[in-house]
Design a protein around this ligand. Structure first.
Ligand code: GLA
Length: 383
């Protein structure tokens, strides 16, 4: 239940308030969150911004500057299927906050930002959290991070049709500047580790966009559930792939069949790599970190089948750059971005080389960004 006093007078106030939520970059731990596993994300200072002003009625109106679109819905309206996809995220957040007991009032939202949409940097969670922060502030209510992240995850599952895990929403809701967050997606326990000064993280957009409701994302989640139900025939204690180790998996290979075995092997091995990457960061072992990042990508490509041609070109290109210690795809896959862990002193030359070489491949200037490890979503004062 929400903390704080309700202040409905705020909602109809003509004062515009500003909220923003960062993008999430996952260092490692991909497709593990909806399997109750471990993830190691950080945030970056690319934001979705929401300027919000109260409306006296019970309606939410929203304008998306990036999509040049606008829409409106009445709070309490469940007919979300008639809305454009971007608006379902907002309507979903409103519906889930109301279920949580937050007394929402009308608002006019102006949405903008510099995060690539559908690029694997969690543009949807960023929109959800910026909107949730706006709705909560206008209602004069605060929620703890676990509840807030869960509300936004449910908005995506119930209203946008993506059976996602909680990584993106948790990272965007609870990240800390300069640090990576090890999140146990079952218990929601977190441990933070500082990112070393000697490394930088370079993110390149492949230019291949995905829409997770239509991509293979939900299929992968369903395959994992199927693997769990088969593994339960041998061991009723298995609740999720988190509960299985490699030996148990190998023993059940014929029960699972080749495809489900490979899907499960990715998740089981990725959990191990994620915990090892946290230790490598804590110990400043950048060589070990690089090897884990590369192995994560190989597993996503070969066992989980979520890479694509453009991503592979970027992986190959960055592997040939001096100073890159490891690269991998980030996010759900089927396109999106590649993260490269780079020796800080080589950052400029790596960025230049990607711009030139990938630019030649795609025939236009690629989007390349150096991650700044930003903090969590919240209210801000524009300059
Ligand atoms: C998307 C989902 C996350 C997570 C990643 C893959 O970003 O929103 O919950 O499953 O894909 O790791």
């Amino acid at each position: 239940m929400p903390n704080g006093s309700h202040n409905n007078e705020n909602a109809a106030s003509a004062v515009t308030r500003h909220f923003r939520a960062p993008g999430r970059i996952n260092i490692i731990g991909e497709h593990t969150d909806y399997n109750d596993g471990f993830v190691l994300p950080t945030n970056t200072a690319l934001y979705t911004t929401v300027s919000a002003v109260g409306r006296a009625d019970y309606c939410i109106s929203a304008t998306s500057e990036a999509l040049r679109d606008r829409g409106k819905f009445r709070l309490g309206n469940n007919k979300l299927s008639t809305m454009p996809q971007w608006l379902t995220y907002i309507a979903g957040v409103a519906a889930e906050l109301e279920k949580e007991g937050v007394p929402l009032t009308g608002a006019a939202l102006d949405i903008d930002g510099d995060l690539p949409i559908g690029g694997g940097l969690s543009s949807s969670a960023s929109l959800e959290l910026a909107t949730a922060r706006a709705f909560m502030a206008l209602a004069g209510v605060d929620l703890d991070i676990d509840t807030l992240a869960t509300v936004c995850q449910l908005a995506e599952i119930h209203h946008a049709g993506v059976n996602c895990g909680i990584m993106d929403q948790y990272s965007v809701a609870g990240g800390k500047p300069g640090a990576a967050m090890l999140l146990d997606c079952r218990s929601l326990e977190t441990k933070f580790v500082a990112l070393p000064d000697t490394l930088s993280m370079v993110v390149t957009d492949s230019g291949v966009k995905h829409q997770h409701p239509e991509s293979g994302y939900n299929d992968r989640a369903a395959e994992c559930m199927k693997a769990v139900s088969l593994l339960q025939q041998a061991n009723s204690g298995v609740r999720a792939l988190r509960d299985v180790n490699t030996d148990q998996l190998d023993a059940e290979k014929s029960r699972l069949g080749n495809v489900l075995y490979r899907r499960a092997r990715h998740v089981v091995s990725e959990n191990t790599r994620t915990l090892a990457a946290y230790s490598a960061l804590a110990e400043g072992d950048v060589i070990a970190l690089g090897a884990l990042v590369r192995a994560s990508h190989d597993s996503l490509r070969d066992d989980y089948d979520v890479s694509c041609k453009s991503i592979e070109m970027l992986i190959e290109l960055t592997a040939g750059c001096d100073g890159v210690i490891g690269s991998r795809m980030v996010g759900g896959g089927f396109g999106g971005c590649v993260l490269s862990i780079v020796e800080k002193k080589a950052t400029e030359s790596v960025v230049k080389r990607i711009r030139t070489d990938y630019g030649n491949i795609i025939g236009c200037e690629p989007w390349v960004h150096v991650v700044s490890a930003a903090g969590a979503a919240g209210e801000f004062e524009p300059e």
